[in-house]
Design a protein. Structure first.
Length: 334
DNA sequence: TCGCTAGCCACCAGTGTAGG
DNA sequence: CCTACACTGGTGGCTAGCGA
């Protein structure tokens, strides 16, 4: 069995399509004394997938792991083991995990704002219109599979927010009403469903996507990068799970200076992450402005969280920061 | 000897629970 | 009531040891 190698080293960034693509390196899983267990697990995982599809059922990653407990010697010890095998199967067939009948447990991705999501009732097929302006202080939760959803909106743009805290703040004060936008909470690294949701929504109405993350290397090179161009690890399906039209609103290293934000010193791991991104990340290497931003951050030796804007008052972010930034969309980092 | 892989580790964001 | 931990999702890197 041959699988595409899924790592940053085996992807290239294509400026015109806007996402990572595989370079074609393969790894091989053969049947030998040492690999017999993994080999068997891979086959069993495929069999489980087949069964799920035939019975139109699904299993969470955790459930699939427990199913393996019946596989005698081929059982998995820890869930991460079954996860990696599952991803191998996924890459092998060049389909996404959900199509194989494997789903993540509900997690991440809240939506609020001027948007109507059109879903269907599973039993009756009846059309369900979900109005994201009518959740009060709550929000609509992005489902596991977003492929069949349709959208109606007159919003001007989509604003993706890294932390739930900042999202809550903007929702509570109805920021989406003031700015006529759709707010989406990423909750750390965005899940695949979340990325796909943003992508389909943006494509269907030609909306620009702005991303608001913490001002640290992790926020840039993991969270933002993963949303925009996909990841090395899921390189076989980045074409669908990415948002090429995304741009970084903040917090940029320059913002820390311009807005006199309180900062924390960069930890060693932050510096390491930044240097690593400069050295190995094809996306960063493609954009000079990103390299400059990361180098500037390393030089400044500080990082700033989204919450740092609270220094100027709790509502400063809504009244000053976001309007000022949105007035200069052209200056956003790519 | 070299290169690859499996298995382990690190990191982050968020949530829920157990215990002091 | 707060802290610590375990678990979910995600990302990467390191390295011993095996096969070619």
């Amino acid at each position: 069995m041959k699988f595409p190698v899924r790592s940053l080293a085996n992807v290239s960034y294509n400026g015109s399509t806007g996402h990572f693509t595989l370079k074609g390196k393969k790894k091989e899983r053969t049947l030998t004394v040492n690999t017999v267990k993994t080999f068997a697990q891979t086959l069993k995982m495929m069999a489980l997938s087949k069964e799920l599809i035939q019975t139109d059922d699904i299993a969470t990653k955790r459930e699939a792991y427990y199913v393996s407990k019946n596989w005698a010697e081929a059982r998995f010890k820890e869930q991460p083991e079954s996860d990696t095998v599952m991803e191998d199967v996924e890459a092998f067939f060049s389909v996404n995990r959900e199509q194989l009948g494997f789903v993540p447990e509900e997690k991440g991705g809240d939506v609020a704002g001027r948007l109507v999501v059109i879903d269907h009732d599973r039993d009756t097929g009846e059309e369900l219109r979900i109005d994201c302006t009518r959740f009060g202080s709550g929000a609509y939760s992005i489902p596991i599979s977003v492929e069949d959803l349709k959208f109606e909106t007159d919003a001007q743009f989509i604003l993706c927010i890294e932390t739930a805290g900042m999202f809550q703040r903007l929702v509570k004060h109805n920021y989406w009403k003031k700015a006529n936008c759709i707010l989406i909470s990423l909750g750390g690294v965005p899940t695949r469903a979340c990325r796909r949701f943003v992508r389909r929504l943006a494509d269907s109405h030609g909306l620009p996507v702005y991303v608001f993350v913490d001002g640290d290397p992790y926020g840039y090179s993991n969270i933002y990068r993963t949303l925009k161009v996909g990841s090395g690890n899921a390189a076989h399906l980045n074409e669908y799970f990415c948002v090429p039209q995304a741009h970084l609103l903040g917090i940029t290293p320059q913002d820390i200076i311009d807005y006199k934000l309180p900062t924390h010193p960069l930890k060693d791991v932050d510096i390491k992450r930044a240097r690593d991104a400069l050295k190995n990340d094809p996306f960063i290497q493609h954009y000079r402005s990103w390299q400059l931003a990361l180098e500037q951050m390393i030089k400044m030796k500080v990082r700033a969280e989204q919450q740092a804007l609270a220094k100027h008052g709790l509502n400063y972010v809504m009244d000053e920061y976001l309007p000022q930034k949105l007035a200069n969309v052209g200056r956003f980092l790519p």
